[in-house]
Design a protein around this ligand. Structure first.
Ligand code: ATP
Ligand code: MG
Length: 355
C-alpha cells in the first residue's frame, strides 16, 4: 500500500516526520513517498500544488498531509497561495466528506473551557459535507438590488444548493460511521427556514431506510450549537452541510481545549482519503521543535482505519497516544503543572516506544 506524504509548510514537516516514524514502527510495511506542497511547492516548483505532487497523491492509496500556509506568499495572486493546495487536492481527488472527531482525553480535561462533568468522556464525530452548499452555489456576486425597501442599492448574494446525490453520499458515510461506533446520527439542518435543508432532511430520512439499526435524529442548527456547548455528550455522529459543518466543527474542537490533539480525514466515494491535523501551519512556533505532533499521529491512525483497512494498527496507535498522555508527557500547548514538558521529537519517540 502506498502513502503520499505531503509535509507542507510551517510546523508541517516537523509533525509529519513524527507520524512517519510511528508508521514505520508498525508491523505492516507501507510504501511512503514525499512531495512538496503549499509554500514549499511554490518555492521549489512555482506552484502550491505541483503536477508531480498531484500525480503522487492520485496514485497513492491515501495521503498524509501536514499543513500549508506561509505568510511570505500571502501577497501572491490567489491561485498561487499555499492554501490553494488543499482546495485543489480536495477537488482533484473528489474528497467530499470531512470527518473530525472531537475526543476529550481524561488527562487533558483541564484544557477544556467547559466544566469537567460536561465534557468528561466526550467522544463525538462531526461529518461535514465539502463540495456543496452556499460556499460553491452559483450565481453569486454583487448586483443592484431588484426589489424591496433597498431596491436600487448594491446587494451581495450567494446561492445555497444541494443535489440529491450529494446529500445521499454524505448520509451513507454518516450512517456507516455510526454503525462502526454502534449508535446514533444527528443530522443538523435549518429545515424550518431553508428549502435546501428541508430537502436535505427528506433525503437523509430516505437514506436512513437502509440503516434501520442506526438511530437518526434531526436537529436545527441553532439548537445543535446550543446543545454542543450545553450537553455535548448527547451527540455521537453529527452530519451536516458545508457551512454549518465549518462552524460546528470548530466549536466542537474547542470543547476539547487543544487544537494540537485533533485529527481529520477527508474521504472520496471509495474511502480513499486525505488525512491532516485540524490545525494549521502554526508559523509562530515553526522550527522551534515544540509543536504537538499528536494530531498528525492520530490522523495517521484514521488513515489506517478508513483508507487502508488496518483497524488493528489504528487502534495500536490510539492506545499508544493514550499511554503517553497517561505517562504525563506534554508538549507546551497542553502542558500543565505536574506534567513533563517534552518537544515534538520526544513526543514522537514516546509514541513509538509506547507501541
Ligand atoms: P489555518 O488558517 O491554517 O487554520 P490558523 O492561523 O487559523 O491556521 P493554526 O496554524 O492552527 O491557526 O494556529 C493557531 C494557534 O494554535 C497558533 O498559536 C499555533 O501556534 C497553535 N497551534 C496550532 N497547531 C499546533 C500544534 N500542533 N502544537 C502546538 N500549537 C499549535
Ligand atoms: Mg484557522
Amino acid at each position: 500500500m502506498k502513502i503520499a506524504i505531503l509535509p507542507g509548510d510551517g510546523i508541517g514537516p516537523e509533525i509529519t516526520a513524527q507520524a512517519v516514524k510511528v508508521l514505520h514502527a508498525l508491523d505492516e510495511r507501507f510504501e511512503m513517498e514525499s512531495a512538496d506542497v503549499g509554500g514549499a511547492g511554490y518555492a521549489a516548483h512555482g506552484h502550491p500544488l505541483p503536477p508531480a505532487t498531484l500525480a503522487l497523491a492520485k496514485a497513492a492509496d491515501a495521503v498524509l498531509f501536514g499543513a500549508v500556509g506561509d505568510y511570505r506568499y500571502d501577497t501572491l495572486e490567489r491561485a498561487l497561495r499555499p492554501e490553494q493546495a488543499i482546495l485543489g487536492l480536495r477537488k482533484e481527488l473528489g474528497l467530499f466528506a470531512n470527518l473530525r472527531p472531537a475526543i476529550l482525553y481524561p488527562e487533558l480535561a483541564g484544557a477544556s473551557t467547559l466544566k469537567p462533568e460536561v465534557v468528561s468522556g466526550l467522544d463525538i464525530l462531526i461529518i461535514r459535507e465539502l463540495t456543496g452548499d452556499i460556499y460553491f452555489g452559483k450565481p453569486r456576486g454583487v448586483r443592484t438590488c431588484p426589489d424591496g425597501p433597498f431596491a436600487g442599492q448594491r446587494e451581495g448574494f450567494d446561492t445555497m444548493r444541494y443535489a440529491e446525490g450529494e446529500i445521499r453520499r454524505i448520509a451513507h458515510v454518516a450512517f456507516q460511521a455510526a454503525r462502526k461506533r454502534g449508535s446514533r446520527v444527528t443530522s443538523v439542518d435549518k429545515a424550518n427556514v431553508l428549502e435546501t435543508f428541508q430537502f436535505w432532511r427528506d433525503v437523509v430520512t430516505e437514506v436512513h431506510e437502509d440503516y434501520q439499526d442506526v438511530e437518526l435524529e434531526h436537529m436545527y442548527v441553532d439548537n445543535a450549537a446550543m446543545q454542543l456547548v450545553r450537553a455535548p455528550k448527547k451527540f455521537d455522529v453529527i452530519v451536516t452541510g458545508n457551512m454549518f459543518g465549518d462552524i460546528l466543527s470548530d466549536a466542537a474542537a474547542m470543547l476539547t481545549g487543544s487544537i494540537g490533539m485533533l485529527p481529520s480525514a477527508s474521504l472520496d466515494a471509495n474511502n480513499k482519503g486525505l488525512y491532516e491535523p485540524s490545525h494549521g501551519s502554526a508559523p509562530d512556533i515553526a522550527g522551534k521543535g515544540i509543536a504537538n505532533p499528536l494530531a498528525t499521529i492520530l490522523s495517521a491512525a484514521m488513515m489506517l482505519r478508513f483508507s487502508l483497512g488496518k483497524v488493528e494498527q489504528a487502534e495500536r496507535i490510539d492506545t499508544a497516544v493514550k499511554r503517553v498522555l497517561a505517562q504525563g508527557l506534554r508538549t507546551p500547548d497542553i502542558h500543565e503543572e505536574g506534567t513533563t514538558r517534552v518537544g515534538t521529537e520526544e513526543m514522537g519517540d514516546a509514541v513509538v516506544k509506547a507501541l
